[in-house]
Design a protein around this ligand. Structure first.
Ligand SMILES: *Cc1c(COP(=O)(O)O)cnc(C)c1O
Length: 229
């Protein structure tokens, strides 16, 4: 039977090979292991196999699992976040990938200031303009960035997207390209107040083309932990 450690070894090899092919360095790409529905024993197996960053969609699950998994790792909030949950999320997570409104950004900033820190966030872009997905539309991004840049308690570290699902990952490429082009276009403009360096994009089914298009953070669940119920 394949173990989680086997899956991680194989995944790292695929990431390494693809980065090489794309003329990039694999060590500039952070692998975030997505743990929704995965229990803490299996998460610890991944930690023992060298994973240092985990991603969770749900606060409730994270609250139970984070203490059981223990130190030496960071947690990324990758799921849709309600404003009233922000105060619980901040102490547990080192980065929030799913900021998609000024109201949410404002609350994150306010809560961070209360704690005397700055929160690292990514802005989620709905690159496929799907009604079922959260995130700002690409054309709304400049305005949101400008508004958010005035908030003292957050640093925008980059952009995140989740394209529509395709069985052929090549079809996801244009959505990743869109995210990279937005970053490249807006980065110089906002670089005084924001640090738009990161592109959080690429999941189990499409991370290889995401690497081609410049992903710096991959969010991968199934390829590590197997299918979810
Ligand atoms: C579940 C999830 C992932 C990981 O998806 P896999 O296909 O299991 O790799 C990545 N990002 C987000 C936002 C998710 O909800």
């Amino acid at each position: 039977m394949e173990t989680i450690a086997d899956n991680i070894a194989r995944l790292r090899e695929r990431i390494y090979n693809r980065a090489l092919k794309a003329g990039r360095k694999a060590d500039e790409i952070t692998l975030v292991a997505v743990t929704k529905t995965v229990d803490s024993d299996r998460i610890r197996e991944a930690k023992d196999a060298g994973i240092t960053a985990f991603g969770e969609n749900y606060l409730q699950e994270a609250r139970e699992k984070i203490p059981r998994v223990g130190g030496g790792v960071t947690w990324h909030m990758i799921g849709h976040l309600q404003t009233n949950k922000v105060k619980y999320v901040l102490p547990l997570f080192s980065m929030i990938h799913s900021v998609d409104s000024f109201r949410l950004a404002e609350e994150i900033s306010a809560q961070a200031i209360k704690r005397d820190k700055k929160a690292d966030v990514l802005i989620q872009v709905n690159s496929g303009r799907e009604n079922t997905k959260t995130g700002v539309k690409p054309e709304e991004l400049p305005q949101l960035l400008e508004a958010v840049s005035s908030l003292k308690g957050i640093t925008v570290k980059g952009l995140m997207t989740m394209p529509p699902f395709f069985s052929d990952q090549e079809k996801a490429r244009p959505f990743f390209t869109t995210l990279r082009e937005l970053r490249d276009k807006l980065f110089p403009f906002f670089s005084d107040s924001l640090s738009l360096a990161h592109l959080s994009m690429g999941m189990s089914s499409d991370f290889e083309v995401a690497i081609d298009e410049g992903a710096t953070i991959l969010r991968i669940g199934t390829a590590i932990f197997g299918g979810r119920k």
